[in-house]
Design a protein around this ligand. Structure first.
Ligand SMILES: Cc1cc2nc3c(=O)[nH]c(=O)nc-3n(C[C@H](O)[C@H](O)[C@H](O)COP(=O)(O)OP(=O)(O)OC[C@H]3O[C@@H](n4cnc5c(N)ncnc54)[C@H](O)[C@@H]3O)c2cc1C
Length: 503
C-alpha cells in the first residue's frame, strides 16, 4: 500500500460492508481501503465435491451428536452452525438477540431470502425506488439470486433473478398453485411465489445445493451465500488492508479527517471517509459513544408468528426425498386498503432438524420414516409483520456500554385478525388447512433497524447516511422503519449506493 494515498475505512464485514466495499472497489481511484472487523471465524464447510448419500448421512450424524451433547431441549430449536449456536446478547433480563462478531456478519447464518423494497416500503426514505434499484441489480449479480418471475411480481414488480429458481417440495408447489388459483377473501389478497434466495442453484457448479435438507444445521456445501465469500476475495485486492480482530469503539473528527479508536485503546488516524457497517446494534453503539449521546433510542424488529399448515390430500407422486429446508414459498399478503402494511409468510417444509435436534440418535432412527411421511402433510408458516405491529428494543449507552431492553409489542389487534382470516381463506382449499389455533409469537427476531433513521429527530443523518462529518452510516440503523420484507438485500444495495455516491 502506498502511504501517499487517500485512506478510507469500512467498519464491518457483513451485508452492509459488502455493499460499501463493492462500490469502493468499483471506483478507479487508488484509495487505501482499511477493513475493520471483530473478525471471529466460523467453522468452514467441508464442501465435499461429489458426496455420496452415506457421506452426507455420516457427516450430519456427527453434527447431531454434537448438538445432543451440548444443548438441552428446545422447540422450535434455534439454527446452529455445525453444532455451534449463534452468539447472542442480552435484551433486558429475559431475552437475547443475535450478536454479530464473525467475518461475514449475520449473513453467515441467515436464511438468504432476498426481496427488494418497493415504493411502499420506501415511502419514508429520502430516495425513490429508481435510485435504489440499480444497486439491487448489481448486488443480485454479485451474490447470485435464485428466483423466477411468478405471482410475487404483482407486488415486487421485478425478481432480480440471476440463478435458476430453487425447487420447492412437490407438496409445497401444490400449495402455491392452490393459493394462486383460489382468491382469498377479506382485507388482504394472498399471492404465492417461490422463495427468492441467495443460494447456488446452478447444477454441477461448485457449491451447488444438493437438497439434503440439513440447511439449519449448517450447509456442508456452503451453498447459501455469505458476504464472507465475496469480501474474502476483495481482501486480495492490493488496495485493501484487513484489520482482523479490530473492534472499533469510537470515531473522532480531527482536522477534517477521522480517527478510529479501537476497543484496546489503539488510535488509527487520517481517514478521509469512514463507512460504518457494523450492523444496527454495534453501529449505534459506536455513534452514541462518538457523539456522547446519552438518551434512549428505539431499535425496530419484525414480529414473527409461527403456525402449521396441514395437507390432507394425496401425497404427490413426484414427491422426492431431497428437499430444501429453508423457506420454500413466500406468501405475499397485499392489503386491499392502500394505506395498510404489506405482510409476508415464509413457508417451510417439515424439516428433520426441527425434531432431530431434540431426539437421541436411537429414537430418531425409529421415528424418521414418520417425519419423512409428514414432510408432504405438514408445513410451517412464519408470518412477518411490519415494525408498527412488532416488538422493539430501547438502546442506551450506560457506563460506556450499550444496554438494550425489550419494549412490549405494539398491539397488532384487528390488523392481525384480518390478516389471518385472509390467509385461512386463501390456504384452506384442495386439502390444505390452516387450523383455527392462535399462531405462536416469537419474542424476538433478527431484523434490527431504525435506531438513527433517515427521518429521525434525535440524531440527524443525511440521505447518504452522513451522521458525523465524513462518517457514513450504511447499515439498517438508518431505515425509517422495518417493513415485513427481509432487510438483507436492501442493506447491501443501500450501502452500495451510499459508498458509490459519497466518493
Ligand atoms: C438466523 C438469521 C436468519 C436471517 N435470515 C435473513 C433472511 O433470510 N433474509 C434477510 O434479508 N435477512 C436475514 N437475516 C438478517 C440479516 O442477516 C441481517 O439483517 C444482515 O446480515 C445485517 O447486515 P449488517 O451488515 O448490517 O450487519 P451484520 O451482518 O451483523 O455485520 C456486521 C459486521 O460488523 C462486525 N462488527 C460488529 N461490531 C463491530 C465493531 N465494533 N468493530 C468492528 N467490526 C464490528 C461484525 O463482525 C460483522 O462482520 C437473518 C438473520 C439471522 C440471525
Amino acid at each position: 500500500m502506498r502511504k501517499d494515498r487517500v485512506k478510507i475505512a469500512v467498519v464491518g464485514a457483513g451485508a452492509a460492508g459488502l455493499g460499501a466495499l463493492t462500490a469502493l472497489l468499483d471506483k478507479k481511484n487508488n484509495f487505501n481501503i482499511f477493513v475493520y472487523d471483530i473478525g471471529k471465524t466460523i467453522e468452514s464447510a467441508p464442501a465435499a465435491d461429489n458426496p455420496t448419500q452415506d457421506w452426507i448421512a455420516s457427516f450430519y450424524n456427527q453434527i447431531y451428536q454434537k448438538i445432543r451433547s451440548r444443548y438441552s431441549f428446545k422447540f422450535p430449536p434455534a439454527k446452529t452452525h455445525f453444532g455451534e449456536q449463534i452468539a447472542r446478547q442480552p435484551v433486558g433480563k429475559k431475552f437475547k438477540i443475535f450478536k454479530s462478531e464473525t467475518f461475514g456478519g449475520l449473513t453467515n447464518y441467515w436464511g438468504a431470502t432476498m426481496l427488494p423494497f418497493t415504493d411502499k416500503e420506501l415511502k419514508n426514505w429520502p430516495i425513490k425506488k429508481e435510485e435504489l434499484w440499480p444497486y439491487y441489480e448489481k448486488i443480485s449479480r454479485l451474490v447470485g439470486l435464485s428466483a423466477c418471475s411468478d405471482e410475487l411480481n404483482q407486488y415486487f414488480k421485478k425478481d432480480f433473478s440471476t440463478r435458476p429458481p430453487l425447487r420447492p417440495t412437490a407438496a409445497l408447489n401444490r400449495l402455491g398453485q392452490s393459493i394462486n388459483q383460489n382468491p382469498s377473501k377479506g382485507k388482504f389478497k394472498i399471492i404465492s411465489g417461490i422463495n427468492r434466495c441467495g443460494v447456488e442453484t446452478r447444477e454441477n457448479h461448485p457449491n451447488s445445493c444438493v437438497y439434503c435438507g440439513e440447511c439449519l444445521a449448517g450447509c456442508f456445501r456452503d451453498s447459501i451465500y455469505s458476504a464472507r465469500k465475496t469480501i474474502r476475495e476483495y481482501l486480495k485486492d492490493p488496495r485493501v488492508k484487513y484489520r482482523a480482530g479490530a473492534k472499533v469503539s469510537r470515531l473522532k473528527e480531527k482536522n477534517g479527517l477521522v480517527e478510529i479508536e479501537l476497543e484496546d485503546g489503539q488510535l488509527e488516524k487520517g481517514f478521509s471517509k469512514v463507512f460504518l457497517a457494523a450492523g444496527c446494534p454495534s453501529s449505534t453503539e459506536i455513534i452514541l459513544r462518538s457523539i456522547g449521546f446519552k438518551d434512549k433510542l428505539t431499535m425496530a424488529d419484525n414480529a414473527v408468528y409461527v403456525f402449521p399448515i396441514f395437507y390432507f390430500g394425496r401425497k404427490p407422486k413426484e414427491e422426492n426425498k431431497s428437499y430444501f429446508a429453508l423457506c420454500n414459498l413466500v406468501l405475499g399478503c397485499l392489503p386491499k386498503n392502500e394505506k395498510a402494511h404489506f405482510a409476508q409468510v415464509q413457508v417451510y417444509p417439515n424439516f428433520d432438524y426441527l425434531w432431530r435436534y431434540n431426539l437421541p440418535a436411537w429414537l430418531w432412527k425409529l421415528v424418521r420414516p414418520v417425519f419423512g411421511f409428514l414432510r408432504s402433510h405438514i408445513f410451517w408458516g412464519r408470518l412477518y409483520l411490519h415494525s408498527d405491529y412488532s416488538q422493539s428494543y430501547s438502546v442506551q449507552l450506560k457506563d460506556n456500554q450499550l444496554v438494550m431492553k425489550h419494549l412490549s409489542q405494539a398491539k397488532p389487534g384487528k390488523y392481525l385478525k384480518d390478516l389471518i382470516s385472509s390467509l385461512r381463506s386463501g390456504i384452506n382449499h384442495n386439502g390444505f388447512y390452516f387450523p383455527p389455533i392462535p399462531p405462536l409469537r416469537q419474542r424476538v427476531n433478527s431484523h434490527y433497524t431504525s435506531t438513527i433513521p433517515y427521518n429521525g429527530e434525535k440524531i440527524k443523518v443525511s440521505s447518504l447516511g452522513e451522521v458525523m462529518p465524513k462518517v457514513y452510516l450504511c447499515d439498517s440503523s438508518v431505515f425509517p422503519e422495518m417493513p415485513a420484507i427481509n432487510p438483507g438485500f436492501t442493506i447491501m444495495a443501500n450501502a452500495c449506493r451510499i459508498a458509490a455516491k459519497a466518493i
